[in-house]
Design a protein around this ligand. Structure first.
Ligand code: NAD
Ligand code: TDX
Length: 360
């Protein structure tokens, strides 16, 4: 039975990945989820799998070398899937240091512990060991509105402290591949959306605010473009790259679904009205009047767009969920999980929101 060590599995993409993997492989695999449970980590995301005999949760910080070494020494790990990171650009602008600590130092610790556990005295590796580093398209910088795309060969040009820290972590993985022939892949993915996404990110924030009749904050002119991918499609891509990708290679994963932020917001408003029952009182306040233009994000990247040609040609992965369908599934999930939203937006979230949006 193959054993996976998943880092950051209590966050948005990590928890969706764990659900995906158990749906796909059932009892054929074992998953150990290591997560420090920062503000973004939530064990409620995993309550359906918590009792499985082939699932274990360990609360640990990936920068804690001793704790990570212990996990490798007590378990025969076959796959590492490394999600754990500080992931929100706006937070990185306010507090960059924790991004360097978790994203760069944490990745170094994960790489080093895996290498120490997997490397044989002659410099080769135990059979069938693989490390997948989950990264972002933001490392490539910003595109103009000119129909160009990010490719695996696009030079790195990160702008925010978040993307600079992710770029550094990618460089470390590449250094391990080149220096130690370390058995790793990197995936650089576009913006994800779907169940369990923390409402500091655009889509869940807009859904939550619209349902509460709160203003919908749009940065700058609202015409920045992101390439949205439904999170299950990402989870599938990660698994396919790890099992079918060429070791040492980077694969871009993207939705082929570019939209301006303002388009996303109007689609969400229209879909909410389409889906809410006729007698639901919240319909009365859901309108475009809630859209509020606010100060732009510092260093705001204009456009991200991925051409997922390599992953399609080599591995056969393609995005499967059309945005119209994905956003309906996402909104339906939020309707069914009002308690989840209430829980994650109580406490610290209120302070974050007040500071970030000046009480608007
Ligand atoms: P998230 O913020 O929702 O989750 C991050 C998880 O990592 C949380 O569970 C948190 O508790 C955990 N974590 C943070 N610091 C830790 C530490 N020091 N030790 C152990 N655990 C720690 O993030 P996400 O949106 O699920 O993103 C997951 C990964 O995917 C990240 O590496 C991110 O850069 C990458 N990514 C995200 C997107 C996106 O659209 N969200 C797109 C492309 C790539
Ligand atoms: O209130 C808002 N208003 C607004 O206009 C928020 C939260 C965002 N925005 C804009 C900024 C971006 O142009 O919406 C766009 C999307 O913003 P985020 O959801 O914060 O995502 P982004 O900055 O694009 O980064 C995301 O995708 C790549 C993830 O957070 C990263 O972890 C991932 O690497």
């Amino acid at each position: 039975m193959r054993t996976y060590l998943v880092t950051g599995g209590a966050g948005f993409i990590g928890s969706n990945y764990i659900h995906y993997m158990f749906r796909k492989y059932g009892d054929e695999i074992r998953i150990i989820n290591v997560d420090a449970l920062t503000y973004a980590g939530n064990l409620e995301n995993l309550k359906e799998v918590a009792e499985r005999s082939n699932y274990t949760f360990i609360k640990a910080d990936i920068t804690d070398k001793e704790a990570i070494t212990k996990i490798f020494s007590e378990n025969e790990i076959d796959r590492v899937v490394h999600f754990a990171a500080e992931s929100h650009v706006d937070r990185s602008i306010k507090n960059p240091e924790v991004f360097v600590k978790t994203n760069v130092l944490g990745t170094a610790v994960m790489l080093n512990c895996a290498r120490e556990s997997w490397e044989l005295p002659d410099g080769s590796y135990k059979e069938d060991k693989k490390f997948l580093h989950v990264s972002t398209d933001e490392v490539y910088g910003s595109l103009e509105d000119d129909g160009t795309y990010f490719y695996e060969t696009t030079p790195y040009a990160p702008h925010s402290p978040y993307s600079a820290s992710k770029a550094s972590s990618d460089m470390l993985v590449k250094a391990y591949i080149d220096t130690y022939h370390f058995p790793a892949n990197i995936t650089n993915c576009s913006n994800n959306y779907g169940p369990y996404q923390f409402p500091e990110k655009l889509i869940p924030l807009i859904i939550n605010n619209a349902l509460l009749g709160k203003k919908l904050p749009v940065y700058g002119d609202g015409k920045n473009v992101r390439d949205w991918l439904y999170v299950d499609d990402h989870a599938k891509g990660i698994d396919m790259v790890q099992e079918m990708g060429r070791l040492g290679e980077t694969y871009n994963i993207g939705g082929h679904n570019e939209k301006q932020n303002i388009e996303i917001i109007t689609i969400i408003l229209d879909t909410l009205l389409e889906m809410l029952p006729e007698d639901d009182a919240r319909r009365a306040h859901i309108s475009r009047d809630l859209i509020t233009y606010v100060e732009d994000r510092k260093g705001h990247d204009r456009r991200y767009a991925i051409a997922p040609d390599k992953i399609k040609a080599e591995i056969g992965w393609e995005p499967e969920t059309m945005f119209k369908e994905g956003i309906k599934k996402t909104i339906a999930w939020f309707f069914e999980h009002e308690e989840w939203m209430k829980n994650v937006t109580s406490g610290d979230y209120q302070n974050y929101y007040k500071e970030m949006y000046h009480g608007k």
